[in-house]
Design a protein around this ligand. Structure first.
Ligand SMILES: CCCCCCC[C@@H](O)CC(=O)SCCNC(=O)CCNC(=O)[C@H](O)C(C)(C)COP(=O)(O)OP(=O)(O)OC[C@H]1O[C@@H](n2cnc3c(N)ncnc32)[C@H](O)[C@@H]1OP(=O)(O)O
Length: 306
């Protein structure tokens, strides 16, 4: 339990986050696609080349839907008044993304940030930050991200015997899913590279937990771990490939909960179940036979061949 006697949840909830901006070009979205393994095992993959290269007759490269989380990254300010925590112990717990229109291949973005949740789990504090991203030129809302961070050692701030818990969003948007007992509709196996986190970090998440062996040890890991959003990128890319037949614009929303860390170089096996327009998924590390991520992806429709 952290020594945070001055932490005042009401003060935290009234905190106004500053708006942020972000600009990207095709180069950024292509680098991101490579960071989540696009074309890693087949440089001319028919479903994935469009994310990194202009194919014949294509005006611009396509942007993957999980790039939404990169757009919101700069707004991930977790320094709330009075909340003390060791940033080296922060872990990404969950991510929820809503996509309102396909991303342009380059764009200037305006982010509006707010606190969507705050929970005292005793041994940890959970913080949920919501970011709405608008295209500057048109003013159109492009996407919404809700990032849940798990702050180990920062809990124990509740003033009453009932642990403090606040969230301002509907229960049906939580990332917890029940994995069906049935055989998966589809399974996709993919290898992360030993350098995966070093490549992924160039998209904007420079947390040294993913690159610095000493920081990783302080955080309790034998070596730097993969970014949670990189693992989520691998999982959603598997769904785009196996269920959406390579069409990223079929994705409407994405939810994922990180259960366990991934070491770069490990093999990810993503199982998918189709329930109407919802894909329930579970990603496991093959070498350790452990679930690292699960959640759901809602689709706008299904391809006729399914
Ligand atoms: C765009 C913005 C980006 C955000 C910044 C991200 C920065 C990045 O650089 C950082 C990263 O990418 S870190 C890498 C990815 N994340 C991980 O590897 C974490 C994997 N998960 C774990 O290790 C454990 O689940 C762990 C440690 C999280 C929890 O395990 P335990 O301590 O054993 O928890 P447990 O006792 O089971 O539960 C305690 C209460 O917490 C809730 N909870 C558990 N896991 C959660 C999770 N993943 N997300 C949200 N809540 C979670 C439980 O429900 C429980 O609450 P309750 O008692 O009320 O049920």
């Amino acid at each position: 339990m952290a020594d945070t006697p001055e932490f005042d949840p009401a003060l935290a909830l009234s905190h106004k986050f500053p708006d942020t901006t972000y600009s990207y070009t095709e180069r950024d979205s292509a680098l991101y696609a490579l960071g989540i393994g696009a074309c890693a095992s087949n440089a001319v993959d028919a479903d994935e080349l469009k994310f990194v290269y202009h194919e014949d007759g294509q005006e611009s490269i396509k942007v993957l839907p999980t790039f939404a989380a990169i757009i919101a990254l700069g707004s991930a300010a977790f320094d709330l008044p009075g909340l003390q925590f060791d940033p080296r112990l922060l872990l990404h717990g969950q991510q929820y993304i809503e996509l309102y229109k396909p991303f342009p291949s380059s764009c200037h973005i305006h982010n509006k940030v707010s606190l969507a949740g705050l929970h005292d789990k005793g041994k940890a504090a959970i913080l949920e930050v919501e970011t709405k991203s608008y295209e500057k030129e048109s003013g159109d809302l492009l996407c919404m991200n809700r990032s849940t961070v798990y702050l180990r050692g920062a809990g124990g701030f509740s003033n009453s015997s009932k642990p403090f818990s606040y969230s301002n969003y509907p229960l049906n948007q939580t990332s917890a899913v029940k994995i069906p007992d049935s055989k998966p509709f589809s399974v996709f196996e993919d290898h992360t590279q030993a350098s995966q986190a070093l490549l992924y970090r160039l998209s904007g998440d420079y947390n040294p937990l993913h690159s610095d062996p000493m920081i990783a040890k302080v955080a309790g890991f034998s070596q730097p771990i993969l970014h949670g959003l990189c693992t989520l990128g691998f999982a959603v890319r598997a769904i785009i490939k196996n269920i959406c037949k390579g069409d990223p614009d079929m994705i409407k929303s994405i939810a994922g909960r990180f259960f366990l860390h991934v070491y770069p170089g490990e093999t990810l096996v993503t199982e998918m179940w189709l329930e109407g327009l919802r894909v329930i998924y579970r990603t496991m590390v093959k070498e350790r036979k452990r679930t690292v991520l699960s959640g759901y992806v809602d689709l706008r429709g299904l391809t006729s061949s399914l």
